[in-house]
Design a protein around this ligand. Structure first.
Ligand code: TYM
Length: 331
């Protein structure tokens, strides 16, 4: 049977990259009646220095945002990672199946470890915990943006090595990455990089709960080039092409028709049109986020129900793992 799993760090609300590259797909799969589990990965969020009260708030903002994007707790399982202790426990077990050189070469580790002077062990082990997330639920499909591919490959590798050593247990999951440009929405300030929450300049990312005037400002300031007509050529014109891509994704139109309709516009006018389209698309989501944010006790309840469903599966997997590894005393 197919089993869909994915995770997101609680960074407050989502940015447009998370949303277009991953979350929209989760909702689509949920609505196609797939078995979907979504985890708010708070344990991953402490691998770089963090602020505890902000993290706690961000967990709720992320839950409210996912609900607003269409994740329905009646259809999917939505929960917070640290509420299911099996994630940390399985991380330990899998860390004994992982070699250090393999982790050291992963691109995200290399990028993020540059941000700190002394690298925390947690940052290094981060992808092992991610493999634990996936494997605990025996996930077969993992819908993610392009930046997660190497992490999913590690999970595939760990599933294979576990199966070889201890017997066929885990499916080798498949990364589902949106075709083309959705899988990589670029920074508005530096279109050679992906849109990312770790970017220092807040103008580089559009957040789902940004008010309309902020979205207008950010898109107006988006880096483009000195050619004023609108074309789609990500290699030569990454800035304008990123706007065209975003425009196509939020309106559901093909790239070509977006470009054709912009044939009479210069970049400044086109930016207004893109901003309008983004604002229109995000309006209902933003309203829902504000609505859910006001209902803290409902969020707590929903996440606890989700954790309970997740815990049952996780406990089932982990007790089999312990059995096969000869851990503990029960059989
Ligand atoms: P995170 O929280 O950074 O991002 C959540 C999802 O959004 C995608 N994404 C993007 N897609 C397109 N364009 C962008 N600019 C962009 N930025 C982010 C990410 O690829 C991701 O799918 N390590 C993971 C969280 C995680 C996880 C897991 C994922 C933990 N355990 C198990 C899958 C399975 C992360 O930090 O995602």
């Amino acid at each position: 049977p197919r089993k869909v799993f994915s995770g997101v760090q609680p960074t407050g609300s989502l940015h447009l990259g998370n949303y277009l590259g991953a979350v929209r797909k989760w909702v689509e799969m949920q609505n196609a009646r797939e078995d979907v589990t979504i985890c708010i990965v708070d344990l991953h969020s402490i691998t770089l220095p963090h602020n505890p009260p902000v993290l706690r708030e961000n967990i709720f903002t992320m839950a409210a945002t996912l609900l607003s994007c269409g994740i329905d707790p009646a259809k999917s399982t939505l929960f917070v990672q640290s509420s299911v202790p099996e994630h940390a426990e399985f991380n330990w077990i899998l860390s004994s199946l992982t070699t250090m050189p393999r982790l050291a070469q992963l691109p995200q580790f290399r990028e993020k470890s540059r941000l700190v002077k002394d690298v925390p062990l947690g940052l290094y082990v981060y992808p092992v915990l991610q493999a634990a997330d996936i494997m605990l639920y025996k996930a077969t499909q993992v819908p993610v943006g392009a930046d997660q591919l190497q992490h999913i490959q590690l999970a595939q590798h760990l599933a294979r090595s576990y199966n070889t050593r201890y017997g066929e247990t885990f499916p080798v999951c498949q990364a589902l990455i949106e075709d083309g440009n959705a899988s990589r929405v670029l920074s508005l300030r530096d279109p050679s990089k992906k849109m990312s929450k770790s970017e220092a300049n807040p103008k580089a990312t559009i957040n789902l709960c940004d008010p309309p005037d902020v979205i207008v400002q950010k898109i107006k300031k988006a880096v483009t080039d000195f050619t004023s007509d609108i074309t789609f050529n990500p290699g030569k014109r990454p800035g304008v092409s990123n706007l065209v891509n975003i425009h196509a994704l939020v309106t559901g139109q093909p790239i070509k028709s977006v470009v054709d309709e912009a044939s009479t516009l210069d970049t400044a006018k086109y930016k207004e049109r893109v901003a309008d389209a983004v604002i229109e698309h995000l309006r209902p989501i933003r309203e829902q986020i504000l609505h859910h944010m006001g209902k803290r006790s409902e969020l707590i309840y929903l996440l606890e129900v989700g954790a309970e469903k997740a815990r049952q599966q996780a406990q089932h997997t982990l007790s089999d793992v312990k059995q096969r590894l000869g851990l503990g005393t029960s059989n």
